[in-house]
Design a binder for this molecule. Structure first.
Ligand SMILES: NC(=O)c1ccc[n+]([C@@H]2O[C@H](COP(=O)([O-])OP(=O)(O)OC[C@H]3O[C@@H](n4cnc5c(N)ncnc54)[C@H](OP(=O)(O)O)[C@@H]3O)[C@@H](O)[C@H]2O)c1
Length: 308
């Protein structure tokens, strides 16, 4: 894998392949239909296929499927003995009022994962009443205790990210990442200046929802909308506005011998971000890993920028 195909996790972190895997889907019945549309065997295959293709960065969270996603990931890591990097997240519920709450939640995540430490521990969101500085203090303590190898945040604005960065800097710890919604049709992070601020500080922007819940794979349409709650955002009118983009993605994909999903993910890589598409099956994981090993041309990126 050449340098373009790997990305550093923060200014001093390890380099990881430029595509990771999101695991919210693993075990989640209500939103993603686990147990109905796909099974434990499918998600194990998603893990195996990813690792086989060299995709070794996995993102989970304590809240995904009530902890089941963390349990699956931990079990798969043990089953294959693959050298993977594991990222998980802490949810600052309003009932969690101090650093001790973070440490307890982290210990429970480590138990579910069956690991002595995680490679990246992220604040899932920022909610009142506890300050960013208090959480970063707790993160620094967990880092010093060897329970986490890097600190990240998620869904933080430019200002919140700068505060987290400065609070950690007082402990000599870099902020590794900010995980936010980012895709061809979710560009708020570009407009708000977050992507530029990440570049300035050496913080990796981890892109969640890089396939816009599957819509950017091109398999959904006005007549075949994403199932359940996912369909709400993607009305017939929304599909009508997406049509030119989806057509362009299909054209580029066809001319490069790729798929629209691979174009969507390669565009995220071209923007200097680390996309973490959710994969339910081995086939999806294999296809998503195919976003590596080639690059959109600057002209193709510009066309997609305009159409997105
Ligand atoms: N930090 C946060 O607040 C936050 C929020 C959301 C997500 N995340 C993370 O980001 C990850 C990914 O984001 P996301 O879950 O919002 O969705 P996404 O990656 O945009 O879309 C994932 C969905 O697209 C479909 N898909 C994936 N690969 C495909 C392929 N190659 N071909 C056809 N369909 C494919 C699958 O659903 P179907 O097969 O059902 O269509 C899959 O569940 C999550 O797993 C999670 O780790 C973080």
């Amino acid at each position: 894998m050449n340098d373009q195909q790997t990305i550093a996790l923060g200014p001093r972190g390890p380099r990881v392949p430029a595509v990771g895997v999101g695991t919210w889907q693993w075990g989640d019945r209500m939103y993603w239909g686990f147990g109905k549309d796909f099974s434990e065997k499918d998600v194990f295959e998603a893990f195996e296929e990813s690792v086989r293709a060299g995709v070794t960065f996995f993102d989970t969270a304590e809240v995904y499927a009530g902890g089941r996603s963390e349990r699956f990931l931990g079990e798969f890591v043990r089953r294959t003995h693959a050298p993977v990097l594991v990222a998980t997240k802490f949810m600052p519920y309003p009932t969690r009022l101090n650093g001790r709450a973070l440490r307890k939640a982290l210990e429970r995540s480590l138990t579910r994962l069956g690991l002595p430490a995680v490679d990246l521990y992220q604040m899932h969101w920022q909610f009142p009443p506890v300050s960013i500085e208090t959480w970063m203090e707790a993160m620094a303590e967990a880092h010093q205790a060897g329970l986490i190898r890097a600190v990240g945040v998620s869904n933080y604005s430019v200002e919140q990210m700068r505060r987290a960065h400065d609070a950690l800097a007082r402990h000599g710890i870099p902020l590794a990442s900010d995980q936010v919604k980012f895709s061809l049709i979710d560009r708020e992070s570009q407009r708000s200046g977050l992507l530029d601020a990440c570049r300035e500080l050496g913080v990796t922007l981890i892109a969640w929802g890089p396939l816009s819940k599957g819509v950017l794979t091109g398999k959904y349409s006005a007549g075949h909308r994403p199932p359940g709650m996912r369909g709400r955002r993607f009305t017939r009118q929304v599909f009508a506005t997406l049509d030119p983009l989806l057509r362009l993605m299909r054209d580029i994909a066809a001319s490069r011998g790729k798929t629209p999903a691979q174009v969507a993910l390669n565009w995220c890589i071209a923007k200097g971000t680390l996309p973490i598409p959710g994969a339910k099956t081995g086939a999806q994981a294999r296809e998503n890993a195919g976003a590596l090993g080639w690059s959109l041309t600057p002209e193709e990126v510009a066309l997609l920028d305009r159409a997105g």
